[in-house]
Structure formats: C-alpha cells, structure tokens
Design a protein. Structure first.
Length: 590
C-alpha cells in the first residue's frame, strides 16, 4: 500500500519546475498541462548546448520542498516527449529505471529535493543530465520552471519558465483535494515511442497483486509425470528488477518423438490471472524470457459462464533472452471466428511451451528428464499515442509488435518421407546436430530498424544423404495480419538474405479454407517485393478475383535452403552453417 501526502487544493493544483531563465513581465499563458509539457521540451532543446551522445533522465518535481501528487504525470509526459523530440540528440532514461533506482535507495522525501541527491541518482542512472523542477501557484495561474543540471559538475546548463492554466477537472482526475490519498495498489504508466503502457504488476513490491498459477497437461505412454513450481526472483529482469519464474519438469519414457509419440504430448503453461479489463486499451504489454525453449503459445482468456473467450497466437522467442512484447489485441486469433475481446471482462494471460514444437526446434532434448522455465515481468496493457497509418502493416521502428513472426526450420529435425509411401514415413534428419534461430530488431534497415532472423546449424555428413533423398530444409516465417486488406491492391516488403535465393508467400484464411500464393526471388541486397492481389493465386482464382478480404489472414513466407550451399559448410566452416533472413517495411499499396 502506498500513501501520498496531499497538499491544499490551491497548492496541489499549481505546477512549477526549477529553472534559471528570466521571462517577460507579461507572458502568454498556456492552456493545459500537456501543452505546457510540449512547450517546455521545445524550449529546453533549443537552449541545450549541442553535444551528441548525452543521456538525460527526467527527475521528480516538487511543491514546497515535497514530491507532488502529479509528479508521475510530469515525469511520464516529459520523458516521452523528450525521447521523441530529442531523438538523435539525446538518449532518455526509462521511467522504469528511475523507479528501480529510487526503490533501492533509502531517501526521505526531503532528500529528493537536494542537488546532491539528484546528482547521486543521476550517476546511478548512467545519466549525463538531469531534468528537474518544482511547482508554484500565482493567483489564477501557475508557473512551470525547469532546469537541466549537468551531473558531473552540478552546473545548470539551461532552463525555462512559463505560465499556464491547469484544466479545471485535472485535480479531480488525479485525486487531489483530500487530506490523504491512499492507493490500494501501484499502477505505473510508462511512455514508449508509440505507446503509453499501464503496468499492473512489476513484482517489485514483494507479494504479487495478481494471481499466479501453472498447469501441466500430458497424455500417452511416453510422458510418465510432469510438475511445476513458481518463485519470485529479486533481480535480473529486463530492467534488472524482480520477476516471476515458472519452473517446469517432466519425466519421459523417451524424448525421441520419432518413436511412438503419435498418441503422446506434453504442455507447460504459466498462468497470470489479472483483474484488469481491456476497456480503453489496445494491446497486451509483457516482458518475457524463455529458459530452455523457444516456441511459445500466447493466449488471452476471458472467463464466462456459458463459454470462455479464447484468443491466441504462436511466436518465436530467443532462448535465455528477455523480450518486451507489445502486441495489439487485434493480432490475437480467436478460437471462434467472430469473437472479440469483451471490454468489460478481466483477462487471463497464458504462456505455453509445447514439448513437441520445441523438440523440433532442437530444445528440450533430455533423454528422459526435460524441463524449462518461463520468466515474466511488467504485466500490463497499452494505448497507442496516435492513429495508425493505413498503409503500414509493420515498419519495426517503434515499440509495437504489429506483425509478430514465428520462425521455424522444417526438416532439420523430423520430416516425412513420401518417396516410398503415400502415407509417408517419419524419419530423423541426422545431418543436423544442433540448431538455433534468433529473431531480433536490428539497425540498418531501409528506414530504420528491421527484423533479423539468424540461423545457426551444426551439420554432419549425413546431410548429404538427406539431400540425396530429394529432401530440403525449409525456413518458415509466419505471422497474422491484424487488419483487412480491403481497399488496397498490393502487398510489398523489403527482403534480403546471404543464403536464400527463392521464396514464396502464402496468404490464407482458415475459416473459409482459401489459400493464395506467390513466388519471388531473394538476393544478398535489399530488394522490395511487390505482390499485386491479382497475382496472388488460389484454387478459385486470384485474391482480387475472389474479392474477399477477411480480417486476420495468416501470412507465411517460406524458403528452401539451397542444398549445395548447405553442404558447402561441411568443408568450409567445419560443418557450421550460419545465415540471415532480413525483412522490413510491410506495406499496403494501391
């Protein structure tokens, strides 16, 4: 429980930040706190000495020497605006990092106003500059006074004073006007490049305020038993704070799924039961790290007496690496076509690691004992800051995961050989000893960041026998289109690869059973592939001829690894094959 000292109504309604510049006797008053924040940022950037490579942290604002009840609003607004308008000039420290440092320090409220404390906090944040200030009431308006302090010297580099009037309903909106404000649980708002995220659980306060549970599902003779536990870890999250770890183990008769696994399976599921409703939000925000697996099922569930609503998607994570996910609700596929999230029902979040899918990805390969862990942190929902551009499906340049890709290599583990039987014979590709797929946003795309899918395979001489049987390893990159293609005439994207030479794109809509395909070339330099809808062909004609553009079509890219290039790694690279598939700027065109 957190208690915030309230101030008299006039004092609490007033805003002012520390500053060092003078102002005219009569200054035009700005209407509203958001407008004041924006003008403050413009003035600070204009007065700040130009020097690249600096890092800035937005610090607390005070009224009468104490932290005010609207300090959080100012920190979030100034942090977000500075990150956007100062891009290329300054790096801005995340609010989450500031909260973590302050939670670890044993400062009194009064300490936060001391310059020595501010400089000490700035050093711990790794910041060169601190933006800070205080609030001051004057008659029927307020003064906003800011200053930027250089951490190394304590020198004030620039500042700004401006007058503004606060919205009439702002004090009521943030809960001013009473002697003491008691907050039952702490909800943190975090500003990103394209979102504002409300975090409901960070695990930093000890006992979680949301319910955590786990589930192990297994059947068949191959799985003897499975169990799980949950623990809270004090540090080591994506922001080096606390997080929840779900640990899973299972005992198997055999882990070789080519031998008798047709009637057996095993699923590990981490469950977060929130009391939060999605009304007013546009997507899920979650920090996640897999340990010992990579293929993940992510589901949103809303419980109802008649039938639960269930929304899901599959994605690829990098084993033992944290990832921040911000996935729009529209990018989750409902288990029944027309369902949408009910804005008035709480959401349960489930993260599932399936044994078979991860075994095929060369994970969970113990002989009789297998296990993994799911690490979760920063559970919340987000809102978008602006309108989405109707033509952009994914640019990879901000914090929203519009197209969440899952990648896999078919044939690198188990494959079906149809050369001797129409029913096919399941075989093991013993030419691939280990494999790793890493999906990351990387710099150097056509307009900023791009999606990099990097593969590393350790090969053996048996790969020649695999190719001799007319088999190829195939890379798949799959995602879900969050909106309809109606009103457009083509889909385009950039692509390059240092190994792949030929690719295919498939759009499909499972409820209607329709599939449309297109083939294209791939080279080692960036190339834009443009696919008109009349060139996407299916059994009933082209996508344009059929004229149906359902929402949430599946998009799949697939590429055969050229056998000669694969085998070349046996002699040249001691059997290690490494290559990249790069994707950027998925657009809709006329």
């Amino acid at each position: 429980m957190k208690t915030i000292r309230a101030f008299p109504a006039l004092l609490l309604s007033a805003l002012m930040l520390f500053g060092c510049t003078s102002q005219p006797a009569k200054q035009q008053r700005i209407q509203g706190i958001d407008q004041a924040i924006e003008q403050t940022i413009r003035g600070i950037l204009a007065g700040l000495p130009q020097q690249e490579g600096r890092t800035l942290a937005v610090y607390y604002f005070t009224v009468g020497g104490e932290v005010s009840g609207i300090s959080d609003y100012l920190i979030n607004g100034l942090t977000t605006s500075m990150a956007i308008q100062g891009k290329g000039v300054l790096q801005v420290v995340s609010r989450q990092v500031l909260d973590r440092i302050l939670s670890e320090a044993s400062f009194q409220m009064s300490d936060l106003t001391e310059k020595e404390t501010q400089i000490q906090i700035g050093q711990q944040l790794g910041a060169d500059l601190i933006l800070t200030g205080f609030i001051d009431p004057v008659a029927d308006y307020y003064k906003l006074n800011t200053q930027v302090v250089e951490v190394a010297t304590g020198v004030v580099l620039t500042g700004l004073i401006l007058d503004f009037q606060l919205e009439e309903d702002f004090a009521q909106k943030v809960g001013f006007g009473s002697e003491v404000i008691t907050v039952e649980r702490e909800v943190i708002e975090v500003g990103g490049t394209a979102t504002t995220t409300t975090l409901f659980e960070t695990f930093d306060k000890g006992a979680p305020e949301i319910q955590l549970s786990h589930r192990e599902e297994y059947w068949g003779q191959q799985v003897l038993d499975a169990y799980g536990t949950i623990e809270l870890v004090e540090s080591g999250s994506i922001d080096d704070s606390a997080f929840a770890r779900f640990l899973f183990e299972a005992t198997l008769d055999s882990a070789d799924i080519s031998q008798g696994w047709e009637d057996s399976d095993l699923y590990f599921t981490a469950i977060v039961s929130t009391a939060e409703k999605p009304r007013g939000f546009e997507g899920l925000s979650l920090s996640i790290k897999p340990e010992g697996f990579a293929v993940t099922g992510l589901a949103l569930i809303q419980e109802r007496p008649e039938r639960n609503l269930f929304f899901y998607r599959t994605l690829s994570l990098n084993d033992n690496q944290w990832r921040d996910l911000k996935i729009p609700f529209a990018a989750f596929l409902p288990d029944e076509g027309g369902d949408k999230l009910d804005p008035n029902l709480p959401v349960v979040i489930e993260v599932t690691a399936e044994f078979e899918a991860n075994y095929l990805a060369h994970k969970m390969r113990g002989e009789t004992e297998v296990g993994c862990a799911v690490d979760l942190d920063n559970v919340g929902f987000f809102r978008k800051k602006g309108e989405e551009h109707p033509r952009i499906l994914e640019s990879f340049n901000d914090d929203i995961d519009r197209l969440v890709f899952a990648a896999e290599l078919y044939g690198s583990s188990i494959y079906t050989d149809y050369s001797t039987s129409d029913q096919g014979v399941v075989k093991t590709n013993r030419g691939v000893k280990t494999q790793e797929l890493l999906l990351t946003k990387s710099e150097g795309g056509q307009s900023g960041d791009y999606l990099s899918v990097r593969a590393r395979l350790e090969l053996g001489e048996e790969i020649r026998d695999f190719h001799a049987d007319e088999q190829n390893i195939t890379m798949f990159a799959k995602t879900l289109l969050p909106r309809s293609l109606e009103g457009f005439g083509a889909l385009s994207f950039y692509i390059r690869s240092d190994l792949l030479t030929q690719g295919s794109l498939e759009l499909s809509h499972e409820p209607s059973g329709r599939y449309y395909g297109y083939e294209f070339g791939v080279s080692s330099f960036w190339t834009r592939v443009r696919i008109p809808f009349d060139a996407l062909l299916g059994e009933e004609g082209s996508l344009k001829e059929v004229g149906e553009y359902p929402r949430q079509m599946a998009l799949q890219l697939y590429f055969d690894l050229p056998p000669r290039k694969v085998e070349r790694a046996l002699g040249r690279n001691a059997g290690v094959l490494e290559f990249e598939l790069a994707l950027d700027d998925f657009l809709l065109e006329d």
